[in-house]
Write a new protein. Structure first.
Length: 118
């Protein structure tokens, strides 16, 4: 059973930075492509970024391109989201996502709150 635990959220002023981490346990980390999604109050969960199993390919939502960077360390079973130049509209609960391609299964973490004050 896959477990995903996010950390690193918090309160930051506009223009500041945060780095989120998500640790996967229970399965082989390199079998999963990883992603970050977010959900603001009253809105649907939206895609932020994904990274392929060995970190070769990354994709970003237009709203975060040039500001956020997704990366992974397969030796530490961890995916990161470095968030720079944060804006109040980045305020949301950020969720880690693990997708195993051969089975099609997707697992989610519990989320970590990011609040950006203006």
């Amino acid at each position: 059973q896959v477990q995903l635990v996010e950390s690193g959220g918090g309160l930051v002023q506009a223009g500041g930075s945060l780095r989120l981490s998500c640790v996967l346990s229970g399965r082989t980390f390199s079998s999963y492509s990883m992603g970050w999604f977010r959900q603001a109050p009253g809105k649907e969960r939206e895609f932020v970024a994904t990274i392929s199993r060995h970190g070769i390919t990354t994709n970003y939502a237009d709203s975060v391109k040039g500001r956020f960077t997704i990366s992974r360390d397969n030796a530490k079973n961890t995916v990161y989201l470095q968030m720079n130049s944060l804006k109040p509209e980045d305020t949301a609960v950020y969720y880690c996502n693990a997708h195993e391609g051969s089975s099609g299964t997707t697992d989610w973490g519990q989320g970590t709150q990011v609040t950006v004050s203006s």
